[in-house]
Write a protein that binds this ligand. Structure first.
Ligand SMILES: [Zn+2]
Ligand SMILES: [Zn+2]
Length: 176
């Protein structure tokens, strides 16, 4: 009986590492988006990172977000529309921080778990980082097509954990 209870509570590896990525994301001080990521080699955790300003520099909670406006092309029912979007550029993205704080040798053949589907720039850097697999939870449709195409060319396993549910205390509503 006690054994059953334990087995039911036991998390699979994807859930285990994505839960950690979400807990890491709570360190982010950008109110627009909290992103967390972890580097896993085998079953070993080799690095964690979240989106944030460089060390020693005021972050979004201190100086506010650094907002830029951009036009984004969206295609809906075959119709192209330009949509104005706002983005915070104060932070270094979680994936880029992960690459800054891990060693190349640790990344070779590794898996990255990240709360959000990587943007184009992060995907491009991850594609050149030695990582062999990327698992993400929240979709980011803007760059999705070209990121998926890039991962296919590079032979990097790119998995959307769509059935995953983040821990209640770590989830947030994303401003898109
Ligand atoms: Zn911000
Ligand atoms: Zn990014």
């Amino acid at each position: 009986m006690a054994q059953d209870v334990q087995d039911n509570a036991r998390k699979d590896w994807d859930t285990y590492f994505m839960d950690i990525a979400y807990m890491v994301s709570t360190r982010s001080r950008c109110p627009r988006r909290h992103v967390g990521t972890v580097l896993v080699q085998g079953k070993k955790l080799l690095g964690t990172a979240y989106n944030g300003a460089p060390m020693g520099v005021a972050d979004c909670s201190e100086d506010g977000c650094m907002i830029v406006e951009e036009y984004e092309l969206q295609v809906e029912d075959g119709e192209e529309r330009m949509i104005k979007k706002q983005r915070c550029i104060r932070t270094i993205h979680a994936e880029q921080n992960l690459l800054l704080f891990t060693d190349r040798i640790d990344r070779e053949g590794s898996t990255v778990y990240v709360t959000d589907q990587p943007c184009w720039t992060c995907a491009n850097m991850l594609a050149n980082s030695g990582v062999k697999e990327i698992a993400y939870h929240r979709a980011y449709s803007k760059d999705s097509d070209k990121v998926i195409a890039l991962m296919r060319v590079k032979g990097i396993v790119f998995r959307h954990l769509s059935a995953y549910e983040p821990p209640a205390q770590a989830g947030m509503t994303v401003v898109s």
